[in-house]
Design a protein. Sequence first.
Length: 382
Amino acid sequence: SAAALMAVLLSTAASPLAVQARGGGGGGCRGRRGGRGRGGGGSAGTLSFSIEARRDSLEKGIYLLGEILRQPAFPAEEFEQMRLRSASMIAQMESDPATLSSELLSRTLSQYPKGDVRYSMSMAERKEELESVTLEQVQNVYQKQLSAAHAEIAIVGDFEVESAMSAVREILRDWKSETAWQEVSRDARADVKPLKQDIVTPDKANAVFLAGLSFAMNDDHPDAAALQLGNFILGGGTLSSRLGDRIRQNEGLSYGVNSSVSIPSTGNDARFGINAITNPANMNAVEKAAMEELERFLKDGPSAKELADAQTAWLESRKVSRTSDGAIAGQLVSNLHLSRTFARDAEEDRRIAELTPELVRDAFRRHIDPAKLIVIRAGDFR
C-alpha cells in the first residue's frame, strides 16, 4: 500500500503536466518512462511515465517531470485523501461478485507467501494495510527503493534529439537507491488442485462465472502464438468468438463473456481463463455452455475460415498499432528491458501467419486441461 500510494501521489503532483504515474513497488523500483499516450502505469517493482508534447515543449516537460520525481512533496493532506479514497473503493468491492471471484482465483493460483511482493492479498488484507499505512512509510519507500538505476527511455516523434536526451540525462543523473534492483517475475504453481466453489453475494443483481488455470510457459515458447490466436477465436475476439456467439448472441445467457490467455515475457506463470457476467438464474446454463464450447475447441480446433479471419484481424491490429507514436515508444521500452528488437515482432507475425487449425488445436490440448480448471461462481443464488 505504501508503494501504491507513493505512485498515486506522484501522479497527483504531475497532473498539471498531464503526466500520471501509478504502480507498485517492492524488490527495488525501476524508473521507467514509456509512451502510450499521456499517462503511466506499473506493477510490482516498476513505475512507468509518459509524456505527450509538442516539439517546442518536450524538453520543458521532461525537466518538470524530473522535478516531480526527484523532489516530491508528498503532502500529508493529499496522502490522507488518497488513503481514505482507496479504503472506500475496497469497501465497495468487498461484496462485488467480480472482485470476489477474481480474488479467489488469484489466491488459489498464487504460490508466494505473505511478505513477498508477489503475494496475492485478500480484500481484508488490503483494507487492513490501508488503515495502518503512514506517510512516513510512503516517504521511506521513495527514499530506499525508487531510482533510475534500471531505466529504459524511448522518445518517438518530431523532437530535437540532443536537447531531449540532455534533459533526460540531467533528471536521472546520480539517482540511486539503497535497495538493489532485481527482476520481479512469477512462476506457475505446480501443485494446484482443481476446485469448484460458489460465493454467495446477497442482493446482487449480476452473477459472475469464472474458470481459470495456470501453466508453465513464457512468450518464447513455440506454442505461445497458437494459444494466443486460439484464444482470440474461442473468446478473446471483440466482434465475434465461439463463446460470445453461443452464450451471448444465440442463447442470450450472458451480458458479456470472454476468454483470456496471458503469457509473460519473464517468469513462466501463464494463465487461461473464461469469464461471464450473467443473471444468477442462468448460472448453470452458462457454465454448461462454456465448458461445452471449450471441449469442442479442444476436440476439433478452429475451422479454416475461423483461423484465416482471426489471422487477418490479429495481424491488421498489430499493423495499426505501429502507426501510433505512443505504442511504438511503449514497445521500444519493453524491447530495451527484454533485450529484444523489432525483428522479434516480425517473427511473431510470421508465426501467427503460418499457424494451421491443427497447430492451434494441438497447442490447446497440450496446455489447457478442463479437468484442472478452478471454477468459481459468485452471485445471489438464494
